[in-house]
Structure formats: structure tokens, C-alpha cells
Ligand binder design. Structure first.
Ligand code: FES
Length: 144
């Protein structure tokens, strides 16, 4: 007598791989586990340990946290892009927000400049470490 397999997918539902699902959602998993929106990017050009982000996803005059990564990317002026390590130098929390041209650490309230990562408000005593960033067409590649 065959046993039922309660965790198997019904025969009428096609199997979808993780990769297919991510592509359908416009996301690519890059080394390090980060998920970034890719648009029509070519992940083959991404350095190991780095993430690719469309420039269109970086607000002018502000920046964006790359979720599930160690990086925040900023656009302080036209065609200027900077990347910083998200680890706050105060106690190591990950900075979590960019607003009003400032990168914010919610743990104890430090604020950092989107222009150079310097401290605007403590308790952090030093700024965010800059991360490698290269522009590649309509994307930036950060880290690696
Ligand atoms: S860890 Fe960021 S302010 Fe304390």
C-alpha cells in the first residue's frame, strides 16, 4: 500500500526553482546572500562578495540600504555614488535608514553624512567605513 507524501507538490502544480522564482520577481541572489533588484543587469560582471544595484534605485540627494547586505549606497550629488559599510562604529549595529541626507543608526541614534559617511550626530565617535564602488552602465557594483 503506497504511503501518501504530504510535503510533495500536487501533480498539477509545476515545480518552480528558487532561481526561476527570483528571476520572475526581478531579483538576483549575489554571493553573500544579498537580494538586489537587477532589472536587466548581468550578474556575471559582479565581483565575488559584491552586489549590483540599479542606479535608478538610489534616490538623488539621499541613498538606500541594500537589504541583506553590509552596504548602504548614497547619491549625494548628480552622478556621484558612494558606498559605506553598514556597521555602525559605535557598537556595531547595522545602519537602517537614509533620510534627509543622513544615514541613520536606530540603535542609539547616530547620524552620518550621505556625502562622506562622517558623523553628524553621536554617540558614534567616527564615521562609516567607505566600501568599494564602481559604476557599470546604469548600475553600481558595491563591495567585493
Ligand atoms: S550602534 Fe549605532 S549608534 Fe550605537
Amino acid at each position: 500500500m503506497p504511503r501518501p507524501t504530504p510535503r510533495s507538490a500536487p501533480a498539477s502544480r509545476p515545480a518552480i526553482s528558487r532561481r526561476s522564482l527570483l528571476r520572475a520577481a526581478g531579483l538576483t541572489a549575489v554571493s553573500g546572500g544579498a537580494l538586489v533588484s537587477t532589472g536587466c543587469s548581468t550578474p556575471e560582471n559582479v565581483r565575488p562578495g559584491s552586489v549590483r544595484l540599479p542606479i535608478a534605485d538610489i534616490p538623488a540627494g539621499g541613498g538606500t540600504i541594500i537589504q541583506d547586505s553590509n552596504y548602504v549606497v548614497t547619491n549625494p550629488a548628480a552622478n556621484q555614488y558612494r558606498a559605506f559599510d553598514r556597521h555602525c562604529p559605535h557598537a556595531g549595529c547595522l545602519v537602517s535608514d537614509v533620510r534627509d541626507r543622513e544615514i541613520v543608526c536606530a540603535c542609539h541614534g547616530s547620524h552620518f553624512s550621505v556625502e562622506d559617511g562622517s558623523v553628524l550626530r553621536g554617540p558614534a565617535a567616527s564615521g562609516l567605513a567607505e566600501a568599494p564602488l564602481t559604476q557599470d552602465g546604469d548600475s553600481v557594483v558595491v563591495g567585493g
